[in-house]
Design a protein around this ligand. Structure first.
Ligand code: ADP
Ligand code: MG
Length: 690
């Protein structure tokens, strides 16, 4: 808290300013405050300053009307020909202008005729700048950004930063806001921050354009440094926590192993050994187990619980969906029963008396293994002595949730499992606080999933192929397209497809989607599992973890709309037995180059680790974890692969930082501000005073 007697020093005042709510700035009221914070993903002045231009346009070159393309930003020198005032309310006021090469319509809505008459006297020559659009086969410009006379030409900025926008926010508005905020940053703010941000936002000359990357990388280094500081600090802090040493093996293993219907793969064994080593280290485990879809993580989860249970502790496993939790429960309950242990499930569906009894049993320590959705880590759930928690498909949760969980209780061992491997080079940035085990070897006998990309028009061939699969008593997933982010539309598409297939295949077809209640979802899944349904039409709800070994074919409609990791996850629903499996990627015409490349990669490889590397190359790191749809970006400034070198440097520099015996107050202050800027928790960082 600030001591009121001292007042604020300049540094504190500035710091205060960048962390202030946007609405404290001029030109931002409550309404725009809300719109902006949605766009920026934050409501602080610094979030505005970190809103990076998506593009820079050069307005200083005069183009010809005939060359101006749809969607292009152009500056034109034109002669005013004619005015067409709007005839009806709501229709635009139009002005026709020309140059040697052709004619162009300028359209204005809601501007007074008198203003436009003054701005565009007939016969005058004007410089206009704005975006070209084709409308009913004619070129037009709606509300030019600039209209000036020739001698005022320098009022048009040579280069303009263009920002991503959202509804209600205009380009000029956000440009002005950013300019205003920048003007308040003092010289040498946080070292280079005022300079770097100005270079990015206020680019003036072509020369400036060459320095943008440099400026971004300076900021990106600070971001990565903050990231490494947090992750390494969390590791260091962990080391100060002691837990009981839990010896591996014991009767449970000996009893259980002979009942396993298969031999563990070498990587499964290694992973299990990694985990057991953590248990005897006396320090709480924080480990990520990454293994491709179908690599056999579930059994490792169960086996690794045994020494903990043997030592008298409870264990828990959390799945991202109800369906998956129930599927896990099916296995875990059976395995637990074999050993005389008690497993229970807790999701949103366990209600009333049943829930109450379950919670009591849990608190009394009568339950050895609790399986569930996120409900199991919610408030009223009290374990007698939770020794080990596992989070399955952890990529579904995101880093913040992991952090929240880690903060909850420091002592239980924690294993995170994911089927979305992350490229090696980025592990440091995303999982620098964790140890990592990887299952790369697949269980023996798995066949390569034959993957084909097929144009949608060849639907009748596809139907023929399905008949052949059904004759062999095999099963089929039919994944419907992502329409956009609207679940309702996705659903409509799925129902449409269901009707079509139902006409052909009758009652063999079932449908499942996110809007069904979980009970009816379960019924359908059950039918699919038992084989009374052979074709399961679905939105992407089957994406993670569902295991139906007789399913050999997956059809993904409009595959070009899915990301690589999602396609790979979906494909992982088949190839779960020794039967030959197939993945058909149906695409619509006119694939973008990136979409085409994605489908190619899917055909070329079945290996999730390889796919994650390729994915990174294809789109950069903005969304390595496949969360673009949720608007979640891990880094605001850093980009990969370009910034690998910065990441490595930040990693080393932070190591040195922790080794140093003393830190200046100034250093500490700067770091504190950086952590606050990137909203990373600095609470666990212990800095030596100097
Ligand atoms: P995931 O890693 O995607 O969670 P699962 O744990 O669901 O994969 O395993 C997929 C299937 O492979 C299951 O049917 C499981 O019983 C089987 N499985 C696991 N390990 C082996 C193994 N070593 N050999 C043969 N089959 C295995
Ligand atoms: Mg799994």
């Amino acid at each position: 808290m600030q001591n009121p007697d001292q007042g604020l020093s300049i540094a504190q005042e500035i710091e205060h300013f960048i962390f202030q709510h946007l609405e404290t700035m001029p030109m931002i009221g409550e309404k725009f405050g809300v719109l902006l914070s949605r766009l920026l993903g934050g409501n602080r002045v610094i979030d505005l300053l970190l809103h990076m231009p998506s593009n820079y346009i050069q307005r200083n070159q005069i183009a010809q009307i005939k060359d101006a393309q749809h969607d292009q930003m152009v500056t034109l020198k034109v002669k005013v020909e004619q005015h067409f005032p709007n005839k009806r309310k709501g229709s635009p006021y139009q002005i026709v202008v020309s140059d040697d090469s052709g004619f162009l319509n300028l359209s204005y809505f809601h501007l007074k005729e008198q203003i436009l008459q003054n701005l565009y006297p007939i016969g005058a020559t004007k410089i206009i700048s704005g975006k070209i659009e084709n409308y009913q086969h004619k070129k037009q410009m709606i509300h030019p950004d600039y209209c000036v006379s020739i001698d005022q030409r320098n009022q048009i900025p040579a280069i303009e930063s263009i920002y991503p926008l959202s509804q209600g926010i205009t380009q000029k508005y956000i440009q002005r806001l950013i300019k205003n905020a920048l003007a308040k940053l003092p010289v040498d703010y946080l070292g280079h921050w005022d300079k770097s941000l100005s270079r990015i936002h206020l680019c003036q000359t072509k020369e400036d354009l060459n320095h943008i990357q440099e400026a971004r990388r300076l900021l990106a280094y600070d971001e990565l440094y903050s990231n490494q500081l947090t992750l390494q600090a969390s590791r260091q802090k962990l080391k100060t926590h002691k837990t009981e040493i839990i010896q591996p093996k014991g009767n449970f293993y000996e009893q259980f192993f002979p009942t396993l219907p298969f031999k563990l793969t070498p990587d499964q064994v290694t992973s299990l050994q990694d985990i057991e080593r953590d248990f005897v280290s006396g320090i709480p485990m924080r480990r990520l187990l990454q293994g491709d879809v179908g690599s056999g993580k579930t059994i490792i989860a169960f086996l690794s619980m045994l020494p903990i249970i043997q030592a008298g502790f409870q264990t828990a496993i959390m799945a991202p969906t109800e369906i998956l939790a129930r599927q896990h429960f099916g296995h875990f309950e059976q395995w637990a029963n074999q050993l005389g242990l008690k497993a229970a499930i807790l999701t949103g569906q366990e209600k009333g008396k049943k829930r109450q009894k379950l919670l009591e049993a849990l608190e009394a320590g009568e339950i050895n293994i609790l399986i569930g959705t996120h409900a199991i880590f919610e408030d009223p759930v009290i374990f007698k002595n939770l020794g080990y928690a596992i989070i399955d498909e952890q990529h579904r949760y995101g880093v913040e949730q992991r952090a929240r969980l880690l903060q909850k209780g420091i002592s239980p061992h924690l294993l995170l499992m994911t089927a979305t491997p992350i490229p090696r080079t980025l592990q440091m940035a995303f999982y620098g606080d964790l140890d990592i085990s990887s299952i790369k070897t697949k269980p023996e006998g798995r066949k390569h999933i034959d993957t084909k990309a097929i144009p949608l028009e060849r639907m009748s061939d596809i139907i023929d192929a399905l008949h052949r699969r059904l004759e062999k008593k095999e099963q089929i997933y039919w994944i419907c397209p992502l329409i956009n982010e609207s679940e309702a539309l996705d659903l409509a598409a799925a129902e449409e497809r269901f009707k079509d297939l139902h006409k052909i295949f009758g009652d063999k077809v079932g449908i499942i989607h996110g809007q069904k209640d979980s009970q009816s979802k379960e019924v359908v899944l059950q039918q699919f599992q038992e084989g009374s349904i052979s074709i399961l039409v679905s939105t992407t709800v089957v994406e993670v973890g569902i295991n139906v070994p007789r399913a050999t074919t997956i059809i993904i409609e409009h595959a070009e709309r899915f990301g690589l990791s999602q396609l790979h996850q979906l494909r992982g629903r088949v190839g779960r037995s020794d039967l030959q499996s197939y993945c058909l990627l149906l695409y619509a015409e006119r694939l973008s180059p990136i979409a085409r490349r994605r489908l190619e990669i899917m055909r070329e490889t079945n290996d999730g680790f390889e796919i994650s590397e390729q994915d990174l190359k294809l789109r950069g790191s903005g969304d390595v974890l496949g969360r673009a749809q949720s608007g979640h970006k891990e880094f605001k400034l850093a980009r990969f692969p370009e910034d690998y070198d910065l990441l490595a440097r930040a990693n080393q520099d932070v190591k040195n930082f922790f080794l140093a015996s003393a830190h200046s107050t100034e250093d500490k202050n700067r770091l504190r501000i950086l952590l606050e800027i990137f909203q990373l928790s600095g609470s666990s960082i212990r800095m030596q005073s100097g």
